[in-house]
Design a protein around this ligand. Sequence first.
Ligand SMILES: *[C@@H]1O[C@H](CO)[C@@H](O)[C@H](O)[C@H]1NC(C)=O
Ligand SMILES: [Ca+2]
Length: 327
Amino acid sequence: MAFNFFLSLTLVISLSTEVLPEVLESHEYLKREHSLIRPYLGTGTSVPYWDFLGNTMVTSNFVRLTADVQSQKGAVWNKVPCNVRYWEVQLQFKVHGSGKDLFGDGFAFWYVKDPMRLGDVFGSMDYFNGLVVIADTYSNHNAAHKHGHPYVSAMVNNGTLHYDHDRDGTHTQLGGCVSKFRNINFDTYLSIRYIRDTLEVRTSIDGGQTYTGCFTVVGVALPTGYYFGVSAVTGDLSDNHDVIAIKTYDLVPLEGAEVLEDRSHLVPSALNFEAPRDHVDDPKPSMLTGWKKIALLVIGIAGISGAVIIGGLMYAKQKENQRKRFY
Ligand SMILES: *[C@@H]1O[C@H](CO)[C@@H](O)[C@H](O)[C@H]1NC(C)=O
Ligand SMILES: [Ca+2]
């Protein structure tokens, strides 16, 4: 669509030389059976390759998962399991509504074993098997992590983990970033790439026709044969959550020397629950014993005092300079 092919190709090549030198991804291999593209309707009233759930409404220009109305849930699910090993999904979406300060709750992109299940995690099933990338527009106030919102994050689950809304899922997230994608006039995109056990999530929300990195995590194991989907939810707060397009690309490695192991029975897992990133970690009381806390406190006080003294000196100096200038 609006994306300049040359620009995105350049971006892909430069990124791949940085992060994954041995892989050249090709955007030529659009997988039609995993994509949702206008016009959505096929010959009849059905949408080829996709199923719908809950409050989802298909119009000619967007697929609305929820309207700007309380207590809605909606989802769109790919009917064809994904047997592509390395893929990129580019999700064009639009989240908008009348709420200025209060809106919610958000939407989620899924790659899971069990599609078509309405549930409590952004409209879909908790204790899932697979991957979710969440675009959370509402900050739950109990959350220990006071990062900004909307917030994009990812979680991998083998069916045993619970997504904890009270903590905005922060203790199970693999990575995340703040992304102010709501109520803006540009086309907004989310890119999810999965190549050689590396998950890379990027956003494009400024009309700049390029993607900006959100986070990259290595050591993510996902089997083939799962299903793509997007779901959304509103509660007391609401928003229109629209999917404009889903484009799935088969990323083809440059070298033909791939070991084609069977990944269909892999249990989803992630090595790193928390890669280093810009938010405050959960307080871990057991890690800091008494004397360490005291030491930190002393260092903290020393630091603050130092800053105050230096600040004071600078202020005095500046005053003096001003005096010199004016008199
Ligand atoms: C599922 O994930 C949990 C939490 O990461 C882990 O403790 C457990 O061993 C995993 N089970 C399997 C079968 O991989
Ligand atoms: Ca939330």
